[in-house]
Design a protein around this ligand. Sequence first.
Ligand code: SAM
Length: 254
Amino acid sequence: MKFTVLTIFPEMIASFREHGIIRRAVEGKKISVAALNLRDFATDRHQVTDDRPYGGGSGMIMKPEPVAGAIRAAAKAMPAARKILLTPRGRVFNQDVARELAACEGLILVCGRYEGVDERICQELIDDDVSIGDYILTGGELAAMVIIEAVARLIPGTLGAADAAENDSFSDGLLEHAHYTRPPVFEGQPVPKVLLSGHHRQIEDWRLESSLMQTLLKRPELLEGRDLNSREREILEKWSTAIRRILEAYSRRK
Ligand code: SAM
């Protein structure tokens, strides 16, 4: 999978490429991460990429010519790539969108700055608008890196077995179970006994229960929309019975 980021700060992407899983994936040729400097596509000798908004108002707008030039250059090298504008107005990125993008041959990620990009770019040269959440960043570079990292994790061979993606939160619609490592007791808090038992079936069962508990406490709406399997139903019913008993015992005492 090829990622090309269009930005006025290509050095941010160069640094991102140098670390961790992204670096390993680039070195292993599972992905490539390139950046094109929008200033190189400016049409004036001062390499200006922004201008004042028509109609007045504060802030600057990214001029269409450098952005269009960079998109066309990137698309020429990767004709099948999806051209994505990073914008808070886009559809909100999540694991489903990451999966969808991981099936593309390449991604061209256009990073805005200032007040954003001239609207004519959005209409003519962009396939998809993506936001990484309902908040405003100063530029699209961090959003591009978030998307590259989440998508790259899903590309076969990018993660070693030690970092496998299939148990990650959201991979099956639940948050991931709790994790523990050595020491067995930390500041008086022991690791759950079952995890030290070596009993794989019981460990799997504990992990499912932990995953359901994390999801119930932190993102209950994920459970509301879920097609529960029979084991998940059993666990939720067990909790529901336990909670009912506690409440009944409380009412009896009152
Ligand atoms: N004036 C714009 C608005 O209100 O929608 C915000 C512009 S923002 C200061 C500058 C650039 O940062 C945007 O063009 C976009 O590329 C990027 N950006 C900011 N927030 C983002 C988000 N939540 N998701 C993706 N990109 C974002």
